[in-house]
Design a protein around this ligand. Structure first.
Ligand SMILES: Cc1cc2nc3c(=O)[nH]c(=O)nc-3n(C[C@H](O)[C@H](O)[C@H](O)COP(=O)(O)OP(=O)(O)OC[C@H]3O[C@@H](n4cnc5c(N)ncnc54)[C@H](O)[C@@H]3O)c2cc1C
Length: 326
């Protein structure tokens, strides 16, 4: 076995988590002193081929077939079941996307392997891979070691690795044509699941004020909007705020929203559930305002204010205004 194979996701564009998985693969390949490889499956992969040719990879594979144009678990499993033995990698790594959750565990089972899903860190002890996963809503970290026999399958959590560490390079992109029969595809592809729309570029924001359920009612939102405006920050939210329709879905941060990495992330009335943390833990500095001193958000906060947001936020806005001389 040789190589770290990262299976990327492309459908009318890249799933941004693909690059995080590739960055993770790059780090692991360096630790194992093995080549970094990538593969992507689909029907129309011209753009993907072009993009991959500028990545720092030993080799990339475009896995093409008309039956892969629309994603189905059966089609993708059949395709990668043929590609993987032809490469014989030590590790097959995925981004932990909805699509990967659907097909990758079954793909791993075809090789007699278990999928180690949603990992936040990977290390290797004398060539043996050790993965870290979170348990109990992030309260515990657990180590998972692979036997070292057969390829290892793992997916990486959104936000656990930084895509901007990847760099560029030049790579040969090879086409792989799997044999797939229409009769193998047992499901009918429907409309794709849409993650929240990205019309607001929170990912590029350097300052974010994010609001959670602690705000209690939609009519209270102007308190945080005012702070965001005064600071010149983008406004973001936890999922319940967007689910309630109080702010548009594109302002949601987290595993089913956007991944952000601003210089400062101010979390107002947000508890710090793992699905929220994965979207913002790449922030350079986190300020948390919460009345519950034991809220998990304080575990990732650089600065914490334990207090009532209805007192703290207006005071903060006034202090910023004063400092700006406004
Ligand atoms: C598959 C899946 C995907 C998910 N994806 C996401 C996602 O992308 N993003 C996301 O955010 N969540 C996501 N969630 C939901 C997530 O699990 C949490 O339910 C959610 O993040 C909680 O939001 P919250 O922190 O705003 O609310 P809560 O957990 O209810 O926390 C509210 C906080 O406000 C504090 N508070 C209350 N009143 C005040 C006050 N007056 N002053 C100060 N503090 C106060 C409380 O102490 C509490 O800590 C997902 C869940 C699932 C199952």
């Amino acid at each position: 076995m040789n190589g770290v194979l990262v299976i990327l996701e492309f459908h009318d564009g890249w799933n941004r988590m693909s690059w995080e998985a590739l960055a993770a693969g790059q780090q692991i390949a360096a630790k194992l002193n093995q080549p970094l490889l990538a593969a992507v499956a689909g029907g129309n992969l011209e753009q993907a081929t072009e993009d991959l040719s500028t990545r720092p990879l030993a080799r990339a594979y475009t896995v093409r077939h008309a039956l892969l144009q629309d994603y189905t678990a059966d089609g993708f499993i059949a395709a990668f079941e043929q590609l993987i033995p032809s490469i014989d990698p030590q590790l097959v790594l995925f981004p932990h996307t909805y699509q990967v959750r659907d097909f990758a565990p079954r793909l791993a089972a075809r090789f007699g392997e278990t999928m180690i899903a949603d990992v936040i860190a990977v290390d290797c002890d004398s060539g043996r891979l050790r993965f870290v996963r979170q348990l109990l809503q992030g309260k515990l970290n657990a180590d998972y070691c692979h036997s070292g026999v057969g390829p290892c399958f793992a997916s990486v959590q959104a936000g656990a690795f930084r895509a901007d560490t990847l760099g560029s390079g030049a790579c040969i992109v090879e086409e792989f044509s799997p044999r797939i029969e229409a009769a193998q595809i047992r499901s009918q592809p429907c409309e794709r699941f849409r993650e929240s729309a990205h019309t607001v570029d929170l990912a590029g924001a350097s300052l974010i004020v994010s609001v959670g359920r602690g705000i209690k009612e939609q009519s209270n939102l102007p308190i945080v909007q005012e702070l965001a405006q005064t600071l010149g920050a983008e406004l973001a939210a936890s999922r319940p705020i967007c689910d309630n329709g109080w702010l548009p879905m594109e302002r949601q941060v987290g595993s089913s929203g956007q991944t952000v990495s601003p210089k400062v992330y101010i979390a107002v009335g947000i508890s710090g559930a793992i699905q929220h943390l994965v979207g913002m833990k790449g922030s350079k500095a986190v300020v948390a305002i919460n009345k519950d001193g034991s809220a998990p958000i304080f575990e990732v906060a650089d600065y914490g204010i334990v207090g009532d947001l209805f007192e703290v936020v207006p005071a903060l806005t006034a202090a910023v205004r004063k400092a700006k001389g406004a």
